[in-house]
Design a protein around this ligand. Structure first.
Ligand SMILES: Nc1ncnc2c1ncn2[C@@H]1O[C@H](COP(=O)(O)OP(=O)(O)OP(=O)(O)O)[C@@H](O)[C@H]1O
Ligand SMILES: [Mg+2]
Length: 330
């Protein structure tokens, strides 16, 4: 997404911990555009958390430079960085002896907001995360379910309305249903408030569902950066191919949202006689719809029922790659 203003730029960033035999992060370069959701995908120990922690200066790189909104982070104070960057850490990490409201207020208090403003912000965020404030604001973290704790963790990261969010496996410990709900909510919040998000996971389906682009990490290096469709279609290395299960493309298509392959052509969508698909539908749904419509472009509708674009046979075929072309052709 090169047309976006870069919000985060990593320029050949490396980190070797003292005494370590090899770097935890090695020569990583990545640009995250403003309003973009990029997923760092990689197995345990591949350096994802280390990379994230260098962006908000919890760790200093051994070499390389990190820019946030064009500024070298070494030149930005810790307070200023916290205002700009919300951080959801890997194990939720709510302060156990503080109430939900106090947890959410952490950064606003550091920033010196007055009490009324903090209370209003806190209630707004609890509502946003679908936790009724009057029920939840005075509870302690131990009185919450895992999913509720994650929501409070996200509310805390959003408290000072930072344009950038770093999220380290925020849904890792949750059951599949709660996880899907929170994924949907994150996408909703991101669309509504245009946050720039760098999201860490080792779950391929989660990456395919959430990401505008995915950066695949292995042994401290970024192996490939691209959209879900690019990675499925043209894996750059055997590792990427294996990780994404490129051989199991039909199953993978079922987790990639159709909007990632959509053409923003409302006129064509308006004129189409094919049955429309919701933007949340998967590419696999699109494939079925295309087959039903004799491969005529299928209109995509947003949450308000507006026809915002179309998906074509070529788009799904491109996403599916060669194996597909051999199965059916138009
Ligand atoms: N504070 C530290 N001191 C020394 N080594 C560390 C430190 N933090 C991480 N490492 C090492 O750096 C490497 C990358 O760790 P990192 O936590 O970034 O991986 P990760 O991709 O986040 O893994 P996971 O998915 O398990 O969270 C690992 O080999 C780890 O042991
Ligand atoms: Mg980690």
């Amino acid at each position: 997404m090169t047309h976006l203003e870069p919000a985060i730029v990593l320029d050949r960033v490396s980190k070797t911990f003292p005494g370590a035999a090899r770097p935890a992060v090695s020569e990583c370069s990545l640009t995250v555009g403003a309003g973009e959701l990029v997923v760092l995908l990689g197995s345990s120990g591949s350096g994802k958390t280390t990379l994230l922690k260098m962006i908000n200066r919890l760790y200093e790189p051994t070499s390389g430079t990190i820019y946030v909104n064009g500024q070298d982070v070494r030149a930005v104070s810790a307070v200023e960085l916290r205002r700009r960057i919300g951080y959801v850490i890997q194990q939720v990490g709510l302060f156990p002896h503080q109430t939900v409201a106090q947890n959410i207020a952490t950064v606003p208090r550091i920033l010196g907001w007055d009490r009324k403003r903090i209370e209003e912000r806190c209630d707004f965020l609890l509502e946003l995360m679908q936790l009724p404030p009057e029920q939840f604001r005075d509870r302690r973290p131990r009185q919450l379910s895992g999913g509720q704790q994650q929501r409070v963790g996200i509310a805390r990261a959003l408290a000072a309305d930072p344009p950038i969010l770093l999220m380290d496996e925020p849904f890792g410990a949750l059951d599949a249903i709660t996880r899907e709900t929170l994924q949907d909510e994150l996408l909703r919040i991101q669309a509504q408030f245009q946050k720039t998000i760098l999201f860490v996971t080792h779950d391929v389906d989660e990456a395919l569902k959430l990401a505008d682009r995915i950066a695949v990490m292995k042994d401290g290096r970024i192996e490939q950066v691209g959209t879900a469709i690019e990675l499925l279609h043209r894996p750059a290395t055997p590792f990427v191919r294996q990780l994404l299960g490129a051989d199991d493309w039909l199953q993978r298509l079922s987790v990639v949202p159709v909007r990632r392959a959509m053409n923003a052509e409302p006129e064509v969508a308006a004129a189409s006689s094919a049955q429309p698909l919701p933007a949340e539908a998967s590419l696999r749904d699109a494939l079925e719809a295309l087959l039903r419509s004799d491969l005529k472009p299928v209109p995509i509708v947003d949450r308000r029922g507006r026809r915002v674009g179309v998906v074509r046979w070529e788009d799904v075929r491109a996403a599916a790659g060669d194996p597909f072309g051999q199965v059916v052709s138009p």
